[in-house]
Each structure stands twice: as C-alpha cells, then as structure tokens.
Design a protein around this ligand. Structure first.
Ligand code: ADP
Ligand code: MG
Length: 666
C-alpha cells in the first residue's frame, strides 16, 4: 500500500495509480471539456476524496464515500457523472439526492460550473417550496441530471412528472444528514423506484447504522473510500481559529495582521490558483508586500517568490497546498488557513511551514460555521486544542498603531540627523509663540492621517463577538460594546391602523414609518451573489411593506450590501431577515460603523515602512470598484412623517422562481 493510501485509509484494491499521477485531474482520465472547466475554476489538484472516488465512479462501480464537509465530495461525484453522460439523450441519467434545497442548488450550480464546456448539458434542481408549475415545465425540457430533495423527487415520481427509467446513476449526498432530517424512508422509496441496474454512490460524513444498512441493501459490491485522519503531533505552534462571521475574511485578515505581535512573514493558504492571485492582489492594494505562489507559475517564478520571502522583500505569500509543499523559510511567523484544508493531514503540512529553525510559530484557521466539524477533527488529529480568537477591536488596533508610531519616532530620533528640523521647530516656537509639545501633537495629528491613531477614528468596523462553541446561533445583533452610532435608541414606528385592526400580513399594506431617522442596514447579499439594486428594493418593499420611495441609498459590495431605510421595528426586521434575494436570506441588521462607506481610502498597513509614492497601477483599488447606486431624488426621505404611498409597492418575483445564480466564494 502506498503512503498515500495508508494515510487516507483507503481500502486496498482501488488505488492503482501512483501518488504522482494523482496530482492532476488529467491523470484521472477525465474528458477534455471537464479539464478545461477545472482549469477555469482554478482547481489545481484533486482532493484526496476526488482522487480516490473519480476512478471508481468512472469505472461504473458503486461507492461508499466517508468524508467530512469541505473535502470536495461534490466534484468527486459530479465529474465522473458528467464524463459518463450521453448528452444526445435528453432524459435524466443521473439523480443526486441532497438533504436541503440549499444543497440541491449548490450541487446543481457545481454541475453547471464543471459542465461549462459541455454545450447542451442541462441540470435541474428540484426542491420543495418551489413552484410546481415551473418545475414541471423545466422537467419537460429533459434535463440530464436532477438534483433534488427526497420529498419533492418522490412527489414527481408519484405524479409521473419525473421518469427515471433511463437513470444510470444515483447519488445520495450527505446521507447522514438525510437520516437526521427524517428523509430516510423517502430515500428508500426512491431507491426502490429506480432501475435496479443503476450505479449508486453514497456519501456521508459519518456512518450510522441505518445508513450502513441502506448501503448493504441497495449498493452492489461497493468500493469504500474513507478519508481518515491520522493523528500527528504538532510542534510548538500556537494554534488559533477565528469563526468567520460578521466581517469578511479579507477584512479579518488585514485586521489580524495589523495587531499580531510576533508578525514577521505570513504564508496564507487558499484552495484555488485563482484565489492565490486574487488575494495577493487585494493585499498588495492594501499596502502589503504580497505575492501568489501556485502551480501555474514556472519553477523559476516560484523560486523567485520564495527567495523574496526569505530576503524580506516579500512579507506575505498566498499559496495553494501543492505550491507550498516543503517550503522552508524560517521568517514565516504565521500560517493563515484562509480556506480550510481538505483534511487534517494537509492542515498539519500547512502549519509545519511555520515554527521552523527553533522559532515560535503561529497558525490561524478561518472556519465557517459549517466547517466546525473540520476544526474538531483537526483538534482530535493533532491532539491539541485550538483556541478561538476574536477579531481585534478598534481599540486594540488603535493601541497597536500608537505603539508602532512611538517606536517610529524613537527610531527616527536614533537614526536620523535632525538638525535642520530642530531649527524649524525652534523658529516656530519663537515666531508663533507655541510650545514644543503643541507642535509635536500637531505633527502627530498630521502624521496619522492615513492611519488614524484614536480608537474613534480607526476606520475599521466593530463586529459582534463570536459565540461560544459549539453553538451555531443566528446572526448576532449587537456588538461587544454596543457602541454603534447609527442605531437609534428605540425603533420609532407608528402604525395606523392600530394593531388590533391591522390587516393580515398577506395584505402587504405599505407601512408607515417615522422617516426622520435614516438607518443604514447591512444585508448579506452582494455583487458576488449577483444581487441587483432593483431586486433588493423589490424584496424589501414587497416583503417588508416599505414604500420604494422610503428606500434610500444602496451600496453593493462583494459579499454584502448596505441599504438606507427608516428605522425598522423588530417585526419588520424579523421578516426581512428571512426575506431572500437570489436565494439568500438577507439577514438584515443595522450596519456597523464604516460598513457601507465607499469613499474611505484604504488604510496603509505598512506605514512604518518607507513607502514608494503611490505607483501608477492599472489595477483599480478595491474602493474604486464599489458600485454606488444613487436612488433618484424622490428616494430621499422627506422631513415630515408619516408618509403613505399612493400606490402599492410593485410585487416582487418570488425568489424561488429565479434561476439560482449564487456564486460560491472559492
Ligand atoms: P463537501 O461536499 O465535501 O462538503 P464541496 O464539494 O462542497 O465539499 O467542496 C468544498 C469547496 O472546495 C468548494 O468550494 C469547492 O469549489 C472547493 N473544491 C473542491 N474540490 C477542489 C479542488 N480539487 N481544488 C480546489 N478547490 C476545490
Ligand atoms: Mg457536499
């Protein structure tokens, strides 16, 4: 057995390929259109579960795949399914069952992405809550792949609107979740009602008995693939994690880099080649000396990057696992797992890049709530607890800046010849009759322009504290210190007619608002999710019963947007939290200070370094690319409440009727 197989606990006869050949998708003998699509999305190498499953599924065998969330299971089944499709036959040839509609949509999107160069390919997500009429129409168009939740798929089979006679492959994705959610009977029913000679693949993070029984009963001599985590002892590395919430990862990263005490150089891990370039560029735009390191770069270029990191002309390298393999640069004080690793082993490899040559190392892991399982697996595998960290507060950032500022002054006093400047100060003292201390304070004020030193001036928003583990609470509502400026003391909301006579919600009467208070709210859809201002206006107007003209400025950012609205009462907030745009709940909340600001220049993190005057860069600063949507003048709030609309807000298309377009951040 190869080391690879042993490490991943793969069962015997399946791994016939050498470890080298598994490092490319091409070696897995996927057809060219799929390889092109994978290059488009920037996947460098197959993840372990993909390397193991793709050959099995391509060979038409049944499979049981046991692996945690985030290990890349979707591509592990989607790629071989796509490779085996006959596009000329316009009938469902593959069915994927998922526990939730979100997953159905995600998986369907993944299919779409991987099939980008397969013209005529058609995948259809079907799930409860979506209009039957629309689904029936879509089904009649003959999709090749159906991705659906068990209940709805069963419905269609019973109504005969879905015919699975020509089905060749069935995938049970997240089987344990389906069990947990009580769908197991439906799943069995579907298994009974599909052709017996089909290929079946079952994926699950765990293997409880009922799932094992299903596998025994319905799978034929399945190959088993299990991505097991070997236990390893990790050297003296301080391991911490941050649960991604509130802030986006980039914001969190730059803030952490700013306050980290022992920071010298960082190696940041992301999943894709594209992400290495994107993130390196974003960090450069924020003043860091950063570069990408990935498998697309020539050996020469890669060596150059490593040399620059060693010599100190680079402080941050953003890399994929493969490109950073074996990297030995003692300067690396921090390893940041910006995207979670596929397995505990690659985590151990990653963090082994710091703490070298007897130095202390720091590892920080960013985990989304849905990836908390991976965190636990890592703790088990490394037999070490990983400490949670909070995003540094504004006060902490300010304090750190003041410390650095003082140090910079001391350095200048120690190193520079200041005779000329002493003279300038002396003349100023006598001519203007001001004290040295006053001059010094004014100079400090001038010097801090781009990196404010006072906590109030620090241009970073405050975010809610992370919840204690292992909870996964809904979006938190307040900050640690509760010091937000835009939040009104009390929601002012006058309702007419009075509560008792209020028409039922369905009537969606426009509400009346005390509009003298404009509050900026944050919603969790942005440009990356394809949200359009008019959709946001439509959803808020329609679902919240707020007149369009009361909806003020909307600013779109990559992963969120801000909307100016009259102060909303809790009932309306509740509705709008659940309201969806582009399939995503808005999770509306009052924006933090600074969220939604578009004109603020980026902070210059390396102010203590000599900075070259702003270079002419063809690249736009991230701030310039932000869209500002000014609503027409009529959208400004008039000054006298209350306002009633003459016409009802226009109904807004049901989110479920829209094609899914959500883009995942990878
Ligand atoms: P799982 O189903 O095991 O939870 P997913 O299939 O949802 O995992 O994949 C998690 C993320 O990893 C996705 O964003 C996906 O695009 C990304 N991913 C999957 N395979 C690869 C790969 N070989 N290289 C880079 N990223 C990948
Ligand atoms: Mg999955």
């Amino acid at each position: 057995m190869s080391a690879f197989m042993a490490n991943h606990g793969l069962s015997g006869n399946i791994m016939t390929q050498s470890i080298e050949s598994i490092e490319s998708f091409a070696a897995l003998q996927l057809p060219a259109p799929l390889l092109t699509a994978l290059a488009d999305v920037g996947y460098e190498t197959p993840s372990p579960i993909q390397a193991a499953c793709i050959p099995i599924l391509l060979a038409g065998r049944d499979l049981i795949g046991e692996a945690q969330t985030g290990t890349g299971k979707t591509a592990a089944f989607a790629l071989p399914l796509l490779a085996r499709l006959d596009l000329a036959k316009k009938v469902p040839q593959a069915l994927v069952l998922t526990p939730t509609r979100e997953l159905a949509i995600q998986v369907a999107e993944a299919f779409q992405k991987y099939a980008h160069h397969m013209p005529g390919f058609h995948v259809l997500p079907v799930y409860g809550g979506q209009s039957m009429v629309i689904q029936l129409r879509a089904l009649s168009r003959g999709p090749h792949v159906i991705v659906g939740t068990p209940g709805r798929v069963m419905d269609h089979l019973e109504r005969k609107s879905l015919n699975l006679n020509r089905l060749s492959t069935l995938v049970l994705d997240e089987a344990d979740e389906m069990l947990r959610m009580g769908f197991i009977d439906d799943v069995e029913w579907i298994l009974e009602h599909t052709p017996k000679e089909r290929q079946t693949a079952l994926f699950s993070a765990t293997m409880p008995d009922p799932i094992r029984r299903i596998a025994q009963r319905y799978l034929r001599e399945p190959e088993q693939v299990k991505i097991r985590s070997a236990t390893t002892t990790v050297a003296a590395i301080k391991q911490r994690y941050w649960q991604v919430r509130g802030a986006d990862k980039l914001e969190a990263l730059t803030r952490m880099l700013e306050v980290e005490e022992e920071f010298e150089a960082a190696l940041i891990f992301v999943r894709t080649k594209t992400a290495t370039v994107d993130l390196a560029e974003k960090l450069e735009a924020r003043g860091y000396e950063a570069a990408a390191l990935n498998g697309d770069m020539t050996q020469g270029l890669r060596e150059q990057v490593i040399e620059r990191l060693k010599s100190g002309s680079l402080d941050i390298v953003v890399a994929t696992d493969v490109a950073a393999r074996g990297l030995d640069v003692p300067r690396i004080s921090h390893v940041i797992n910006y995207d979670v690793p596929y397995d505990t082993e690659s985590y151990v490899h990653r963090i082994g890049r710091t703490g070298r040559a007897g130095r202390t190392g720091n590892a920080i892991l960013f985990v989304a709530p849905r990836e908390m399982r991976m965190l636990k697996a890592i703790e088990r595998a490394t037999r070490q607890p990983i400490e949670p960290i909070q995003l540094p507060t504004r006060g902490a950032v300010a304090e750190r800046r003041v410390t650095q500022f003082k140090q910079q002054i001391l350095d200048v006093l120690g190193e520079e010849n200041l005779d000329f400047f002493y003279e300038v100060v002396r003349r100023m003292e006598s001519e203007e009759n001001v004290a040295t201390r006053q001059i010094a304070a004014a100079l400090a004020f001038l010097a801090q322009r781009e990196r404010p030193l006072q906590p109030d001036g620090v241009d970073v928003p405050e975010y809610p504290a992370a919840p204690p583990r292992p909870e996964r609470p809904a979006f938190a509502e307040r900050t640690e210190r509760g010091d937000r400026t835009e939040r009104p003391a009390k929601a002012e909301w006058t309702e007419r007619p009075p509560r008792a006579e209020r028409p039922p919600r369905e009537a969606r009467e426009p509400r009346t608002f005390a509009a003298d208070q404009v509050v900026r709210y944050r919603i969790e859809v942005g440009r990356n999710q394809g949200a359009l201002p008019k959709e946001i206006v439509g959803a808020i107007a329609n679902e919240g019963g707020i007149e369009g003209k009361l909806i003020g400025q909307i600013n779109l950012f990559d992963d969120y947007s801000t909307v100016e609205l009259p102060s909303l009462p809790p009932e309306v907030l509740d509705i709008l939290k659940r309201t969806r745009v582009r399939q995503l709940p808005l999770k509306i909340r009052v924006a933090e200070v600074g969220e939604g600001d578009v004109r603020r220049p980026p902070a210059k993190p390396r102010w203590d370094k000599e900075r070259v005057p702003a270079r002419e860069s063809p690249r736009k600063s991230p701030w310039e690319t932000q869209t500002q949507e000014r609503r027409p003048a009529s959208a400004e709030f008039p000054s006298k409440p209350p306002y009633r609309s003459e016409k009802k807000p226009k109904p807004f298309g049901k989110p479920a009727d829209k094609p899914p377009v959500k883009k995942r951040p990878y």
